[in-house]
Write a protein that binds this ligand. Structure first.
Ligand SMILES: [Zn+2]
Length: 334
């Protein structure tokens, strides 16, 4: 995932919003097994197959009563992210203090939002279970990008293994340059869904990203398991940013703990244009050497869209939709 560090750190509101999203995850049941309410409970997460620990930070204005516990910053940072620089975007987004809540009563002004987020998660779970009843196998593809031909190839590959693919972006606090999920839905509903003969749906899920790379890939698979999906796709740098995790580390870790998951994992090592195959291939799908391969780059695609130029490795109908809706999409801020 190609995430640039655009975050404005003074944005304390983001921490409040993240805490509410995590609370909704816990209350809906999706993250209940991940909630850490004491230092002792953190130990379970030494094993990556349990996903990521969810800690609710002590933000005084959010709670009217609480009991807290402390954890050293370095311990949590290392556990969640591994050895990454302390200014890594994942740490800056999700860790800003070492006091966490054991028990708490939420200030009533936040209750309505928490109820809304909780309902959204439960509704997404219900819709996915209805789709499972109808189609039998449904895969989740986590992306919040305008799709280029590499994304389309991944969707094609998933459709070889499941009857339906749900584009399932995780929606957390909006960051500078993020494309609004409602607008992305417009693209998938009006362009992609008809082209894929209704084999694609778009259902976002309210949840925070940590950018914790390989460990988060497993965490994401477990969330999809809870939602009811039968398949989940994981790429070579799933939930990584700023190049801190090794290529394919997410795939390798997921494979290592795959037996602990009931969801089937579909992995892909990135998309290329192969001049020998004369088309788009996923890594390892053809045996041609590097000189034939051009990597399909999400950031290059964004750059060309920004200046309303045509990108060779994205579908015309997608690009035409983007050009038509350009003024809504916020692309110039990226
Ligand atoms: Zn080839």
């Amino acid at each position: 995932m190609n995430i640039q560090p655009h975050l404005k750190l003074e944005d304390e509101a983001n921490f409040v919003e993240r805490a509410l999203i995590d609370l909704a995850g816990i209350r809906s049941g999706m993250l209940i097994k991940n909630f850490v309410s004491s230092a002792q409970k953190l130990k379970k997460f030494n094993c990556p197959s349990n996903g990521l620990p969810i800690l609710i930070p002590l933000i005084p204005e959010m709670f009217v009563a609480y009991e807290k516990f402390d954890l050293p910053y370095e311990r949590i940072k290392r556990l969640i992210f591994g050895s990454v620089p302390s200014n890594y975007i994942g740490c800056r987004l999700s860790l800003n203090r070492g006091n966490f809540l054991k028990r708490f009563t939420l200030n009533s002004q936040f209750q309505k939002k928490l109820d809304t987020y909780t309902r959204e998660i439960l509704l997404a779970q219900k819709r996915i279970q209805e789709l499972i009843n109808e189609f039998g196998s449904v895969g989740a593809f986590q992306t919040r990008n305008i799709p280029h031909l590499g994304h389309e190839k991944i969707i094609d590959k998933m459709l070889e293994q499941c009857e339906l693919v749900v584009i399932n972006p995780m929606v957390g606090p909006k960051k500078f340059g993020d494309i609004d999920c409602g607008k992305l839905r417009g693209l998938y509903d009006s362009v992609m869904k008809p082209r894929y003969k209704n084999k694609i749906h778009f259902i976002p899920i309210r949840a925070n990203m940590f950018y914790a790379g390989p460990r988060e890939a497993i965490h994401h698979a477990k969330l999809r398991e809870w939602l009811g999906f039968t398949h989940f796709s994981i790429g070579r740098d799933h939930a990584g940013a700023e190049g801190v995790y090794k290529n394919n580390a997410a795939i390798e870790m997921t494979r290592k703990y795959e037996n602990n998951l009931s969801i089937k994992i579909i992995t892909h090592g990135g998309a290329y244009h192969c001049s020998a195959c004369r088309g788009i291939v996923l890594h390892d799908d053809c045996n041609h050497s590097k000189e034939y391969l051009t990597e399909i780059s999400g950031s290059e695609f964004r750059q060309t869209l920004k200046i309303q130029k045509h990108y060779s490795y994205a579908a015309n109908d997608v690009q035409n939709w983007v050009f038509k809706n350009h003024h809504h999409l916020n692309l110039s801020q990226r």
